[in-house]
Design a protein around this ligand. Structure first.
Ligand code: AMP
Ligand code: MN
Ligand code: MN
Ligand code: MN
Length: 280
């Protein structure tokens, strides 16, 4: 069985490691396949591949993306696995998403200024590469001394229940899935249980994802308890979606997450690997 991780981030979105450091870590962990799936950006992938080539590493990099999208049930994340990172339609869509992200950051900055917090936008401009995420805003709030740790920034200010809320009109779930397909990729519903909704609504979301021609869903990732895994597996099977899994790796040394670390998926289940292994 191939060792893989189909969900990870570099510092081209909100990961901490550079693309070069991430592939080095994947090699160290003896992964056969690593999907680099930054939020709304593919810029880190070519650097990772150049490094792999130069250092003659064995790990295979699967060109991927994590798109933020709007469903009828709220914001969701869709991993596009094994995409053509030069596809013009995809690049156009990423440009739109990245602009929306910077517009959202401007509004966050305005609202934070109203609470007496100055300097966030300058910090973000120095901190970010092509995309800005709420993780960057959390880091800005931490370095400006307004919170004492990263999680507190979400709790107090920018999380679901924080003081500052900014809604964004991400691309639709349908457009995200179509863009992934047009770029030759597999559309995977990311970490389904992390969305703030009831199981009943999550069940409907998974059905809608299938109707919109989504291909797969993550059924294994860190911090999923066995009950939730079983629930996801039932809904995956009912909707005839393929299984995928990944660590959603952002930083090394997190207790609950490490690159390549998530519960093993039963090898008998229909898996995204079956779909992509001949195309790599
Ligand atoms: P964005 O896509 O800009 O809304 O940023 C979302 C990212 O913020 C996620 O991918 C996570 O990495 C991070 N994030 C979201 N909520 C939290 C939280 N409560 N604590 C820590 N990180 C979070
Ligand atoms: Mn993230
Ligand atoms: Mn996500
Ligand atoms: Mn992610």
């Amino acid at each position: 069985m191939l060792r893989y991780d189909f969900h990870s981030h570099t510092n081209y979105s909100d990961g901490i490691l550079s693309p070069e450091e991430l592939v080095e870590l994947a090699e160290e962990k003896q992964l056969d396949l690593l999907a680099i799936s930054d939020h709304d950006s593919v810029s880190g992938i070519s650097l990772a591949k150049a490094h792999k080539q130069k250092q003659q590493l064995k790990v295979n990099i699967v060109d991927s993306i994590e798109l933020s999208a709007q469903s009828d049930f709220g914001e969701i994340h869709i991993v596009g696995l094994n995409i053509d990172i030069k596809h013009p339609g995809l690049l156009k869509l990423l440009d739109i998403q990245q602009k929306k992200r910077w517009q959202r950051a401007e509004i966050f900055d305005e609202k934070l200024k109203n609470l007496g917090i100055e300097g966030v936008m300058d910090d973000l401009k120095a901190r970010c590469k092509d995309v800005v995420t709420r993780s960057h805003i959390a880091s800005a709030l931490l370095s400006l001394g307004h919170v004492s740790n990263f999680d507190q920034a979400f709790k107090k200010y920018i999380g679901k229940k924080g003081r500052v809320k900014v809604s964004t009109s991400w691309i639709s779930m349908q457009d995200a899935i179509s863009a992934i397909h047009d770029a030759g990729g597999v559309a995977i519903l990311a970490h389904p249980t992390r969305y703030p909704m009831s199981n009943r609504r999550l069940g409907y979301l998974i059905e809608e994802f299938k109707i919109a021609e989504g291909d797969a869903m993550e059924v294994s990732y860190p911090s999923l308890n066995p009950d939730k895994r079983n629930w996801l597996e039932l809904h995956r099977e009912k909707n005839e979606l393929l299984a995928s899994g990944g660590s959603d790796f952002h930083y090394p040394n997190l207790k609950w997450s490490d690159l390549g670390r998530f519960p093993k998926i039963d090898s008998k289940l229909p898996h995204v690997l079956d779909l992509i292994k001949n195309k790599l």
